[in-house]
Ligand binder design. Structure first.
Ligand SMILES: [Zn+2]
Length: 248
């Protein structure tokens, strides 16, 4: 490796590090500043108890990655099925309508994905990956909506369908950086049907501030029984108070 490529490599890594750090910092900043006016979901919690829960919106784009020249998912119906399940759960449990972020809700990535992006780690390794090649790719291909993405208010979420997610000594079905990033991952094979809804809920703040997962088997955030689809009033209020969820 020549001196020039070493220098380029150093600035490439430094650039990724700075962009990931800023992105995570903005994620945290948006989380705090946007949750404060709604008193961190307190109003939604109180109104939810008396059945008042006006409809809100969440903008979503689902991106299927491409390996070589082929999308990694042959049957897009499987992807539509997890999108429809997420739509149904968010609407019935929190009166949040999931709508397409610019154009179609599902798209095939126009660029082939590097291997660091097709197979990723979850947990603290995912956080580390966010500073590397994978994070750079995901941030670059996360959908942008004018004003929303810059201010964080109603910023869209991008869900990437990847080949494999490793974590906790096994394979994971999905992974979210919670409020730190506007993107999340779902892996092949695409199951269970609620996987996208579960990861979206993490990104909308059902995360470390609350206990990460629920012990109730019928709950969306339970991970013993993978078909729970219910949210408590408290969870619905926290989800509705997310900066990603807005009235317009
Ligand atoms: Zn989870």
């Amino acid at each position: 490796m020549g001196i020039l490529s070493s220098v380029k490599g150093f600035f490439g890594r430094a650039g990724r590090f700075i962009s990931a750090g800023l992105s995570q910092l903005f994620g945290l900043g948006f989380e705090l500043t946007h949750r404060l006016p709604g008193l961190f979901g307190f109003f939604d919690y109180i109104f939810g108890w008396i059945g008042i829960r006006p409809k809100q919106k969440l903008y979503l784009r689902v991106v299927v990655l491409v390996e070589g020249s082929s999308p990694i998912v042959a049957d897009l119906d499987a992807v539509y099925s997890i999108i429809n399940e997420a739509k149904s759960i968010f609407l019935s449990q929190a009166n949040v309508e999931i709508v397409p972020a610019v154009g179609s809700i599902l798209s095939i990535s126009p660029y082939p994905a590097p291997s660091a992006v097709l197979e990723v780690e979850c947990g603290t390794d995912f956080w580390e990956d966010d500073f590397g090649e994978a994070g750079e790719f995901f941030r670059l291909h996360t959908v942008d909506m004018p004003l929303r993405s810059e201010t964080g208010y109603g910023s869209p979420i991008t869900a990437f369908i990847v080949k494999r997610i490793r974590g906790d000594g096994g394979l994971r079905r999905g992974c979210s950086m919670t409020f730190f990033e506007d993107y999340l991952l779902v892996s092949l094979p695409i199951s269970p049907s609620r996987v996208l809804a579960h990861e979206l809920a993490h990104t909308c703040g059902l995360s470390p501030i609350d206990s990460l997962h629920s012990s109730a088997n019928n709950n969306l955030m339970n991970i013993d029984d993978l078909d729970g689809d219910k949210l408590t009033n408290y969870q619905a209020a926290r989800l509705r108070n997310s900066p990603h969820v807005t009235y317009y």
